[in-house]
Design a binder for this molecule. Structure first.
Ligand code: 0O2
Ligand code: 0O2
Length: 204
């Protein structure tokens, strides 16, 4: 329900524009690697704009006033970058740090410092300028960078928690933590295989 007297279509316009532009730019990085016949640290990119109900729920939970919404809610526009390997995550972070069309304002490494749920991803909040007809509007964007295995776990865990509105019972919480570790073990073992193959190729 729209409890705020707000024109959401107008509000969301620059966020949709930013999401579309960033997706094109990030997919462009993948294309450039492919064109050079090189391994791309970016496997695929998705974007979403937070729903009105999710925005309203977070405003309540975080005591965010309507007039501070654009500044204080950093993930209204969310971009997700999926990678094949763990090392690719840090390569993507380096690529983002050197761009001059975005301004990184914070970084959180949940890859090496997993959340208590077992969640792993690298989060970056950045400012992105959108050129509107009469002005430039700087908006916040949250980019989550994660491997395919991390994405597999997070997608299923999110879907299970969505259907289960209460907190998970302790035994389920534990099982989910364990499955997150299994996903991470899979990432580690795929990275080892990749390194062994690279060494093998270099010897030939
Ligand atoms: P292509 O040519 O299929 O690669 P969009 O607006 O469609 O760019 P959106 O709406 O933010 O993106 O997200 P969506 O539709 O969920 O997925 C975005 C892109 O990610 C789509 O490709 C999907 O095919 C791709 N994708 C989603 N899940 C997977 C996955 O598990 N593995 C791989 N490799 N790709 C996935 P595009 O951009 O339409 O183009
Ligand atoms: P969505 O769009 O449904 O994914 P908060 O946003 O208040 O919860 P904070 O500290 O602002 O948290 O941001 P944080 O923790 O850096 O990032 C929050 C986002 O990270 C979540 O967004 C999820 O996308 C993802 N995330 C964090 N922890 C988990 C987790 O345990 N499981 C899963 N599946 N995802 C997680 P939202 O708000 O849930 O929105």
């Amino acid at each position: 329900m729209n409890t705020l007297n707000k024109n959401w279509n107008e509000f969301f316009f620059p966020y949709n524009q930013a999401s579309d532009e960033l997706k094109v730019k990030l997919k462009g990085i993948r294309k450039e690697y492919q064109q050079k016949n090189k391994h791309s640290p970016i496997e695929f990119v998705t974007g979403r704009i937070k729903s009105v109900s999710s925005i309203q729920e977070k405003m309540k939970r975080r005591y965010i006033d309507e007039d501070r919404l654009e500044q204080d809610m950093e993930d209204i526009c969310g971009i997700r970058i999926m990678t094949e390997f763990i090392d690719d995550i840090y390569d993507v972070v380096k690529l983002l740090r050197q761009r001059n069309d975005i301004n990184i304002i914070s970084e959180r490494d949940y890859v090496n410092n997993e959340k208590s749920s077992g969640y792993r991803s690298y989060h970056i909040v950045l400012e992105y300028p959108v050129q509107l007809i009469k002005e430039e509007k700087i908006i916040n964007v949250e980019i989550q960078i994660r491997t395919l295995a991390m994405n597999f776990w997070a997608t299923l865990e999110h879907s299970l928690s969505y259907k289960h509105s209460d907190e998970f019972p302790p035994e389920i919480h534990e099982k989910l933590q364990k499955s997150a570790e299994q996903a991470y073990d899979l990432d580690i073992s795929m990275s080892e295989i990749q390194k062994e193959l690279n060494n093998h190729d270099n010897l030939e």
